[in-house]
Design a protein around this ligand. Structure first.
Ligand code: GRF
Length: 225
């Protein structure tokens, strides 16, 4: 079987993109990156992509009449590389319903909270404001509603006394990277797949998110027969 072909969307630093590249380079992830796509021409993620010799495309929203027109252009570029899977890895723009529907069942996102808790921005501050004792990250399918698609997997970290939003974000980031790599590797292996009704794991509907272990592998909750 040929390696899973990925289109990666990113808007910022690109550390999740770098984690995917590192995992591909050292053989943990049987995939190849067919292109990196962004709404921010100057973002570091695109610099990482170009330095790695990848196809890198940016389209600025302000050059288009509206969200639909921007998505139409950017995702035509995405479609041109014929990806098996689109990975939103720090893509900080809402994607229009029409475009989400076009790529339904082929697009995942990593979000820095334990969804369904804390969709949207500022998740680390929201966890602290809510007095929660646990934080984490989620890989989920992209559907038209924001940060609301079926969940594949989560990574969890404890909230510690004295944590600030910055400290939480810094402690979560390496677990996000491991979660994203493990999730894409699982989809590449075919042991998990995204169907119209959500994720299947080993041939059965996934009823609870897989959990990232200390071994950096994903494990089903007890009870997933
Ligand atoms: C990550 O926290 C990701 O979960 C969120 O945006 C951040 C992107 O980081 N959606 P990076 O650009 O991959 O470094």
């Amino acid at each position: 079987m040929s390696a899973l072909s990925l289109a990666v969307l990113a808007s910022g630093r690109g550390t999740n993109l770098q984690a995917l590249l590192d995992a591909i380079a050292d053989g943990r992830l049987p995939a190849r990156i067919a292109g990196v796509f962004s709404d921010k021409p100057a973002c570091n993620a695109l610099a990482i992509a170009r330095a790695a010799g990848l196809h890198a495309v940016a389209r600025r929203p302000r050059d288009y009449a509206d969200r639909d027109a921007h998505d139409e252009a950017l995702f035509s570029d995405v479609a041109a590389v014929q990806p098996d899977l689109i990975v939103c890895a720090g893509y900080l723009r809402i994607i229009s319903e029409r475009t989400v529907r076009r790529f339904e069942s082929r697009m995942v996102n990593i979000h820095p909270s334990l969804l369904p808790r804390h969709p949207g921005l500022d998740t680390h501050a929201k966890v602290l404001a809510a007095g929660e004792t646990e934080h984490g990250a989620t890989v989920h399918a992209v559907i038209p509603a924001l940060d609301a698609g079926p969940v594949l997997a989560q990574a969890r970290i404890p909230v510690l006394a004295g944590d600030t939003p910055e400290a939480l974000a810094e402690r979560l980031l390496p677990r996000e990277h491991a979660l994203l790599v493990a999730s894409v590797a699982l989809l590449a292996s075919g042991r998990a797949r995204l169907g119209a009704a959500g994720f299947e794991y080993e041939g059965r509907p996934l009823r609870a998110p897989l959990q990232l272990g200390a071994d950096d592998h994903l494990h089903p909750e007890p009870g997933h027969a």
